[in-house]
Design a protein. Structure first.
Length: 192
């Protein structure tokens, strides 16, 4: 077992699936499924990215995507399909949409971006948890108690470091007001 990110390819055309695997296997642990049912069987918590064909016999990619989201697994899903996107995609819970034929560089870039987004989401959740702890302590402890606490000082330093790391990821936000405004914009974008 490796520590490489796991990519699950769900594709009914064996030649296409094998090509994607050849492109990715040097950087990722790659699993392959030939249809939607098999894809769902291979899907577990260890899968980081699913490359999902939209048109397959049996369960369609759309149905597989719905079931993936119902299971609330933390994986990212890229639709990789010959189906031209239409307005129906607005209701679908995918993270990326690639129209076939695709190139190796395009596939690598998409998988890399989806993994980076997952890492960023995880960092953001950790950041919010730390800020919540800080706010709770500030609401219940006096300024003197906070000033005397080594643990509170370490928490504050950790929050600052994490905020700086997130800020760099978001493009160099300078202060807390900018950081909070950017996070709100991200939240608004996700709600739309």
């Amino acid at each position: 077992m490796t520590d490489s990110p796991v990519v699950l390819i769900v594709e009914d055309e064996p030649d296409v699936a094998e090509t994607y695997k050849l492109w990715l296997q040097g950087d990722y642990e790659v699993r392959m499924a030939q249809n939607g049912d098999e894809g769902l069987e291979l899907l577990d918590e260890s899968v980081d990215v699913v490359l999902l064909d939209r048109m397959m016999p049996g369960l369609s990619g759309d149905e597989v995507l719905d079931r993936i989201r119902e299971r609330e697994l933390g994986c990212r899903v890229a639709m990789v399909t010959a189906v031209e996107p239409d307005f129906d995609i607005l209701e679908m819970g995918f993270d990326a949409y690639l129209s076939k034929p695709i190139r190796s560089e395009q596939l690598h870039e998409t998988v890399s971006n989806l993994l980076e987004r997952s890492e960023y989401d995880s960092m953001l959740q950790q950041y919010y948890a730390l800020v919540e702890k800080q706010a709770t302590l500030e609401a219940t402890k006096s300024s003197a108690e906070l000033a005397e606490s080594d643990q509170y000082e370490e928490l504050t330093e950790e929050i600052t470091e994490m905020r700086d790391g997130l800020s760099n990821t978001l493009g160099g936000i300078e202060d807390d007001d900018d950081f909070i405004a950017t996070l709100r914009e991200l939240g608004d974008d996700e709600d739309n």
